[in-house]
Design a protein around this ligand. Structure first.
Ligand SMILES: NC(=O)c1ccc[n+]([C@@H]2O[C@H](COP(=O)([O-])OP(=O)(O)OC[C@H]3O[C@@H](n4cnc5c(N)ncnc54)[C@H](OP(=O)(O)O)[C@@H]3O)[C@@H](O)[C@H]2O)c1
Length: 232
């Protein structure tokens, strides 16, 4: 573990037990950042993270659980994602209402920065992925809510819109970043999506940015911070 700590606050990770969320936690711990995870399944969180993080247990549908989870945190990173067309893990419940509830409770608790994993093509209602219970449109609406709540004084957000997600180590690929939701295809490692959101905690140029990102070529990277220079 790298003991260099670039951010002194505490970060809540929602969706921490998911594949991107686990990378968010790993990269936060790599930088020595205090981490709390929010999970509906305490045993699962304990099995994955052991004693390395604080665990707040609760449902994303329950405002009181969410309020308890964000209390005392300086930043939130959400890697939540739906996995069922209906019910409690649907796009409506997780990608839209769950994220909006997290945004509202975080703002109310004085959280300063909110990082969100969204998706490429969220503005394209006609994209085939939207056949999954309107998932792209729900993510777009949640993005809009985050932008409106966290762009005020003393607050900031960073929204990463990845292409198709793959597993693998971070910092192994040169990335291509763009704004305006004009990309149609491409892949990126979940670990790099996590890294981009973790470095957004201390990178001034990441503040209030929404951007798409995919791999360009295999090429080791020292840091992903310079990609934020390309956006401004
Ligand atoms: N797959 C792709 O190619 C792709 C492309 C672009 C964007 N994305 C987006 O990237 C994000 C991360 O994707 P991923 O593949 O890492 O996702 P994942 O492995 O499926 O993880 C999703 C997380 O959301 C949590 N979750 C789901 N339903 C929940 C509920 N009802 N209450 C509380 N938590 C709930 C899961 O909790 P449990 O661990 O308890 O199940 C898990 O921690 C998602 O928003 C996804 O839509 C994906």
């Amino acid at each position: 573990m790298n003991s260099e700590s670039k951010y002194s606050g505490k970060v809540l990770v929602a969706g921490a037990t998911g594949r991107t969320g686990q990378w968010v936690v790993k990269r936060l711990l790599h930088y020595g950042i205090q981490t709390r995870v929010f999970s509906r399944d305490r045993e699962k969180a304990l099995a994955i993270f052991g004693g390395a993080v604080e665990i707040a247990t609760g449902k994303i549908q329950n405002s009181e659980d969410v309020a308890n989870a964000v209390k005392g945190c300086n930043a939130v990173i959400s890697a939540l994602g739906s996995n069922s067309p209906s019910g409690e893990s649907s796009p409506e419940e997780v990608d839209l209402n769950g994220v909006m509830r997290l945004v509202d409770e975080a703002a109310g608790a004085g959280v300063k920065h909110f990082g969100l994993v969204s998706s490429m093509a969220v503005t394209k209602w006609y994209h085939p992925l939207n056949l999954f219970a309107g998932v792209l449109t729900k993510k777009w609406e949640a993005e809009q809510h985050l932008r409106s709540v966290f762009s005020g004084a003393g607050k900031s957000y960073t929204i990463v819109r990845p292409g198709g997600l793959k597993d693998g180590e971070p910092l192994q690929n040169r990335l291509h970043v763009e704004t305006g939701d004009r990309m149609w295809s491409g892949w990126i490692n979940r670990s790099d999506v996590a890294e981009l959101l973790v470095v957004s905690l201390w990178t001034a140029k990441a503040r209030n940015m929404t951007f798409e990102v995919v791999n360009e070529a295999e090429e080791k990277q020292e840091s992903l911070e310079p990609y934020y220079d390309k956006l401004s």
